[in-house]
Design a protein. Structure first.
Length: 279
């Protein structure tokens, strides 16, 4: 059962901590594309967790603060626009609104499965944030960094080059974290399952290997899909992807995780009955 005894003061402290973590993660970029846009180490996830743990209103509050911080970190983008209307539109669409909607990541908090709820929350806010950036690109940035003709199509492609991998990374990490830690209780603890309690470390490592492989493969593929000359989404960039490396990583991750899962089951069978946790 979800606990409702957390005080507002503690919630504010947790929001501040997760906001700090989100900001630090936003500076750790997996991909920094030539025409702008980047893929971070799941920087939206701390805000999603706040929304999932304390309700959407707390998520929206933290998301809005995150948007303000991102705007301050990206002040140089305002040098590209000239009128006060366009400056206001960039601040709202590319930062305040785009990151405030991340606070809606907890809308699936009533689902029985925490990992699935976090995964769907990440997908949902990834789509919402993408829409914000597309609208901004097709309006404010048309004629500046985006061609006036077919501005909507350009914006759809350009913003996909970083928002698609950003969303994938957030979904993967969110599902994995949600499988390890329980955010539904007053104190965050490690999830305990009957079959996993005796030998949790091997499955934990297997999940880490799979998550890491998905993230690395995503980076290897999507970093080649923004045209270095125009900034447009360019499917021909797939030719530049090192598919040998992608294949090796995928096969290695599959093999290692399979071995870990097999050993975890064998050790679980050997474990004394008293060591197996009850639901």
């Amino acid at each position: 059962m979800r606990q409702n005894t957390i005080s507002p003061t503690r919630k504010l402290v947790e929001c501040a901590i997760m906001l700090t973590i989100a900001t630090v993660l936003s500076l750790a970029k997996l991909i920094d594309l030539p025409y702008g846009g980047s893929v971070t180490i799941a920087s939206m996830l701390p805000i999603i967790i706040i929304s999932y743990r304390h309700d959407v209103k707390w998520g929206l509050l933290t998301g809005a603060a995150f948007g303000i911080i991102q705007q301050l970190l990206g002040l140089k983008t305002l040098s590209w626009v000239t009128t006060w209307q366009s400056i206001l539109a960039v601040i709202l669409l590319d930062y305040i609104i785009a990151f405030t909607v991340v606070g809606l990541g907890g809308v699936f908090r009533k689902m029985a499965s925490q990992p699935v709820a976090l995964l769907l929350g990440a997908l949902f806010i990834g789509i919402l944030r993408y829409i914000c950036h597309v609208i901004s690109g097709a309006t404010v940035w048309a004629g500046l960094s985006i061609p006036t003709e077919a501005a909507l199509l350009y914006s759809l492609g350009y913003n996909a080059t970083y928002m698609v991998p950003e969303t994938i990374v957030t979904m993967v990490v969110g599902y994995y974290i949600g499988s390890v830690l329980d955010f539904r209780k007053e104190t965050v603890t490690r999830l305990s399952h009957t079959k996993e309690a005796a030998v949790p470390i091997l499955k934990w490592v297997a999940g880490y290997v799979i998550a890491a492989a998905v993230i690395v493969i995503t980076v290897l593929v999507f970093r080649n899909l923004q045209n270095a000359d125009t900034g447009e989404f360019d499917i021909t960039g797939l030719k530049s992807v090192s598919w040998l490396a992608v294949g090796i990583i995928a096969l290695a991750a599959a093999a290692v995780s399979a071995v870990l899962f097999v050993f975890s089951k064998k050790q679980l069978k050997k474990a004394p009955a008293g060591k197996q946790a009850k639901k």
